[in-house]
Design a protein around this ligand. Sequence first.
Ligand code: GDP
Ligand code: IMO
Ligand code: MG
Length: 429
Amino acid sequence: MPSVVVIGSQWGDEGKGKIVDYLAQKADVVVRYSGGSNAGHTVVVDDVSYKLRLLPSGILYTGKTCFLGNGVVINPGVVLQEIREIKEKGVDISRLLISDRPHVVLPYHTRLDELQEAALGQKKIGTTKGGIGPCYMDKVARTGIRMCDLIDKETFAEKLKIQLDAKNAIITKIYGAEPFDYEQMLKQFLGYADELRLYVTDTGAALEEVFEKGQNVLFEGAQATFLDIDHGTYPYVTSSNPTAANAATGSGVGPRAIDHVVGVVKAYTTRVGEGPFVTELHDTDGPGNEMRETGHEYGTVTGRPRRCGWLDAVIVRTAARLNSIDYLAITRLDILDKMPKIKMCVGYKYRGEAIRHIPASLKVLAQVEPIYEEFDGWLTDISGIRKYEELPLNARKYLERLSEVAGVELGIVSVGAGRKQTIVLKELL
Ligand code: GDP
Ligand code: IMO
Ligand code: MG
């Protein structure tokens, strides 16, 4: 009964959805454990593209149970819209279960996210403006409204009144913006509660039974290691812990429930939003631009162009330590097919000296210089290759150097968005 956590090793959009969808073939249960609708996981099945924000990527198979665990934050309108859209595409969602513990994202969270970003001006985080940060703020402040509160009419009415009064005061007095109307919000959310109630259960307790039955469990990470509130490039991070340890806390199981951790790594680096990025390329007609255009590197959720740069093996090695990664899943290697020369950052230098770890201080990090190794490209279309030995030698040299610097074995190499475009070096489930 193996259980596998799939996490992002960079700044998000590594292709976690594609890898989870691939591994889900052999899973019984898929669990999302952190983040909210700030995630955008694109999964391509038989040439149909599905953009998932909250629903676990396992939803696309019939017969797999999908959980939204206690660690996520749920915007009811967004999840219900996602459910509607996916049903319209013919997907069966009868096995979806939502924990009774996730915090609910309310319209004042979204409004505060927008207002806080606007107030920060040049110093903005570049959030997805989905209210994720303000919702987690309420969770930590112990003032949040949870799913179990939303589906209980009286509790919700009472908690919403207290919260809305407090939030309206901030919205009007600090930001000079328009307040929300209590009755209108109450009615709208009680309507959502009626639609959501049938999915809500104690998913932690349900997972206990899943483990007792010896079923295969896949934990689907959202966001990524360097967007982690503790380990990322703070404050340019999200407000949760996307790292692997939170797969346990965010789903209601203990750390020993996890057998393997797969770190998804894009074959180059991207980042959307503000914050440090040591290997970023700023060109308009060079390799950075080629990655963005060939790779259609535009955000799934916001449509923003993603910042692009060379693969940073230092952050992958750090991600390996922070998550106990035991296998790497490299994605989008095919996007580099036409590049004659490819660079990989294998170390950092600060004031002329080599440093082994990522500095906490952004001031120091801003002065860090990448140490690059240059590789000859493979200049071959690899999207049809299904066996590792059949990859061009130059592609294998690139992958093997990454594995060496990161100190982690290769588990999967993805050469296209489709399910079949996957080279497996290690069967995990
Ligand atoms: P996630 O947030 O980590 O799930 O990643 P996103 O879905 O936001 O972004 C990854 C994009 O790359 C999606 O459009 C995937 O369909 C696509 N993708 C995943 N793996 C590959 C691959 O190996 N090659 C190519 N060309 N596209 C891929
Ligand atoms: P997936 O799961 C890429 C980034 C935002 C911003 C920062 C904080 O698709 O990989 P937030 O709205 O969370 O408060 O924004 O985090 N961010 C992501 N970037 N992929 C994601 O998710 C992201 N989720 C949040 O762009 O810089
Ligand atoms: Mg994404």
